[in-house]
Design a protein around this ligand. Structure first.
Ligand code: ADP
Ligand code: MG
Ligand code: ZN
Length: 619
């Protein structure tokens, strides 16, 4: 792909050249077999009139002298600054000449070689940057790989355990197949679909499946590929990508690892964010600019939705978010079935049982598991893959994962209680985004469990009460742990961080604290509400004010903790019941929570407009 393995890499060329030069140098000196003399020895020989001839170069004097028994011997001496040398040579009638032999070698080594090396490196990076076939002229060309229609052979049948996501994406496929059917009625077609979920859950696979099902071209590019050393290249790539896509519409443009590109624009002390920002701006303007009726759908994938620039999530951009989660037991079995199709299973292998034992595995882990088992069986010369192979493969994959997901039951219960705490407080308090899902399936969003709330409407302004309720939700997890187990774990770190951020903003930016007053102490505006971490930098204010602010922030958080405590103790039985249910099912729908709490159930809100709130419990 890249120029890394081009036929003649400049680096190799340089290395070989360097070697040859060293060899030549060594040969030329060793062949002469000259005796090396001190300069003083040379001078005394000269004074005795025994030097016959010399060649003088910039740093060496070579020559011949007569030793005691009258034989001629070659010598070399390191040259010393000696203005009178020529005079003395004349005086003793020594034949002498300047010499440039070692000069050119020295020049080559000292000057030409570094230049060659620099040129080599330059070409090397240029190639890397622009891809193998892209010469210097086309370095800005997008490296998007174009899969033509029949190239994408993936279909929804190749994806399992992500039924919700698949269902949502079917609509996109419908649209790509017959764009006019939708546009003639005046409907607005989604432009951007963002697949959100932990690594290895099949986001890339799903994006390709959409292209495969719709039989449209698929342009894919990874966010990290956009971000290059050279300013302007990323933006040029985006432009080029969309130009190519425009010519091939209907088609899919897929940007993997969007977070690499779409990170919230924030002040960076290194100033290295500029290129990314340019690229991001180009992407935003392309997405705004192209004709949606033509049927170019931009898909993106990320496992870090919380770091995305809020501008990406605005309507008309990535306004559809599809959650691709780790599969539950049934999903895992279905995924195993897909990947086991290509291996020969022994009679006693029960994929359902294996699925039950692999809680927390993502699709990629399961694919890896089947492969590992098949390799083990092959190594033992078996004719089919049996249970023992799977047992060992599970151990291997689990060990390979950073952390054992086959979790100890107590920790699992703590996580369930924690997440139910968030969910119950979020459901009890009015005016909050409804709980969409509670999960303890695994390390979704880099977390052990999470509670997801999806907004039903855009929020332009937030009231103080809403923010206080949000704080209570964040405190709900930790408070539930406290109520049920009488102690706290480290799992609430992220919750507390976010709670502190909100509370601080309430005090220092929104003027919501009586004693601090309606003053913005940050001296700047946020790009959007709380989506961005602006870093530890803070406004200028007196030490005393700082203490006051800290006190107010603490007060807000403590008050939120009390709110959560009151709700959860009042609903203790529901908390316990729902915890058991969550432990059993791993994933609970928001409606299930509402039903148990005697709250009105809503049909699942459309997952659009505004970012989802994920209250995740980190490891
Ligand atoms: P992601 O992009 O979410 O990190 P990938 O799509 O790259 O994950 O998944 C890597 C591989 O894992 C896929 O090519 C596929 O073989 C397997 N895989 C992941 N998820 C699933 C799934 N839901 N169903 C079937 N296979 C899956
Ligand atoms: Mg991927
Ligand atoms: Zn939490």
């Amino acid at each position: 792909m890249g120029g890394l393995r081009g036929p003649i890499s400049p680096l190799w060329f340089g290395a070989v050249l360097f070697g040859l030069l060293l060899l030549a140098n060594a040969l030329s000196t060793s062949l002469s077999r000259a005796e090396s003399l001190d300069y003083s020895a040379f001078k005394s020989l000269l004074a005795q009139g025994r030097v016959a001839e010399v060649q003088i170069s910039t740093d060496v004097i070579r020559g011949r002298y007569q030793d005691a028994d009258g034989t001629q011997r070659d010598f070399t001496a390191i040259r010393v600054e000696d203005p009178k040398l020529a005079e003395q040579l004349d005086e003793h009638k020594v034949r002498y000449a300047g010499e440039i032999r070692s000069e050119w070698l020295g020049q080559l080594l000292g000057w030409i070689f570094p230049v060659l090396l620099i040129i080599g490196l330059w070409v090397f990076f240029f190639r890397r940057m622009s891809g193998a076939e892209g010469g210097i002229m086309s370095f800005a060309r997008s490296r998007a790989k174009i899969y033509s229609e029949d190239d994408v052979k993936v279909s929804f049948a190749d994806v399992a355990g992500a039924d919700e996501a698949t269902e949502e994406l079917r609509e996109i496929v419908e649209f790509l197949k017959t764009p006019t059917k939708y546009t003639t009625l005046g409907g607005r077609i989604p432009r951007g679909v963002m697949l959100v979920g932990p690594p290895g859950t099949g986001k890339t696979l799903l994006a390709r499946a959409v292209a495969g099902e719709a039989k449209v071209p698929f342009f894919s590019l990874s966010g990290s590929e956009f971000v290059e050393m050279f300013v302007g290249v990323g933006a040029a790539r985006v432009r080029d990508l969309f130009k190519q896509a425009d010519a091939k519409a209907p088609c899919i443009v897929f940007i993997d690892e969007l977070d690499a590109l779409g990170k919230a624009r924030q002040q960076s002390p290194m100033g290295g964010h500029e290129e990314r920002e340019q690229t991001l701006n180009q992407l935003l303007s392309e997405m705004d600019g192209f004709d949606a009726k033509k049927g170019v759908i931009v898909m993106a994938a990320t496992n870090r939705p919380e770091v995305l620039d809020p501008a990406l999530l605005r309507p008309g951009r990535f306004d559809r978010r599809v959650l691709v989660d780790r599969p539950d037991v049934k999903g895992r079995e279905a995924i195993l079935r897909i990947h086991a199709k290509t291996v020969k299973l022994a009679a006693g292998v029960d994929l359902g049982l294996i699925a039950a034992r692999t809680g927390g595995f993502a699709g990629a882990d399961l694919a890896n598991l089947v492969n590992e088992a098949a390799l083990l069986a092959a190594r033992r010369d078996k004719t089919a893959v049996d249970n023992a192979d799977f047992d060992e493969a599970i151990d291997r994959v689990v060990a390979g994962l950073e952390k054992k997901r086959a979790m100890n039951p107590h920790i699992r219960r703590v996580i369930a209680v924690h997440e139910m705490g968030h969910a119950i407080v979020a459901t009890d308090l009015p005016g909050l985004d409804p709980v969409h899902k509670v999960s303890i399936v695994g390390r979704g969003f880099g977390a052990l469990g999470y509670t997801m709330q999806l907004p039903t409407e855009d929020r332009y302004l937030r009231t103080k009460t809403e923010l206080q309720h949000e704080l209570a939700v964040l405190l709900g997890g930790r408070t539930a742990e406290q109520i049920v187990f009488g102690e706290m774990t480290t799992g609430a770190q992220n919750d507390l961080m976010r709670a502190t951020d909100i509370a601080r903003a309430m005090v220092t930016e929104y003027g919501m604290s009586e004693s601090v007053g309606p003053v913005n102490h940050e001296g700047r505006s946020r790009p959007s509400f709380l989506d961005v971490d602006l870093g530890p930098e803070r406004g200028v204010y007196a030490e005393e004010t700082a203490r006051l602010i800290d006190g107010e922030v603490k007060g807000l958080i403590e008050q939120a903790g009390r709110t959560a405590y009151d709700i959860l103790t009042a609903r203790r039985q529901v908390l316990d019941g729902l915890t058991d249910l969550l432990l059993d099912r791993e994933v609970l729908e928001g409606d299930e929570v509402r039903r148990r709490m005697g709250m009105p159930t809503t049909d699942a809100p459309p997952p659009s407009e505004g970012p989802a709130i994920v209250t995740a419990q980190p490891d």
